[in-house]
Design a protein around this ligand. Sequence first.
Ligand code: ZN
Length: 85
Amino acid sequence: MGRQTGYSKLTCDRCGRTAFLQSGNADAQSWYDVNHLTSTSAASAQPPSTYTLCGDCYKAFQSFAATADAEFEKWVKDADREEQS
Ligand SMILES: [Zn+2]
């Protein structure tokens, strides 16, 4: 097979790992595009930033994001406990 087409080059935006994968390949399904809103973009019309993550970094992201989600939920519900200044 001299020439094969339909490959994507994936680069992890966190660890820099790269892979050439054909769409639909099982390995391609372990890569994820994750949208992230910063504190600035969350209150504006700016679109979220998209990061491509390899499987390992996606697992790390899930753990990180679960912690961040819990902190946000706690912060939202904690207004009464904040000191009034
Ligand atoms: Zn990675």
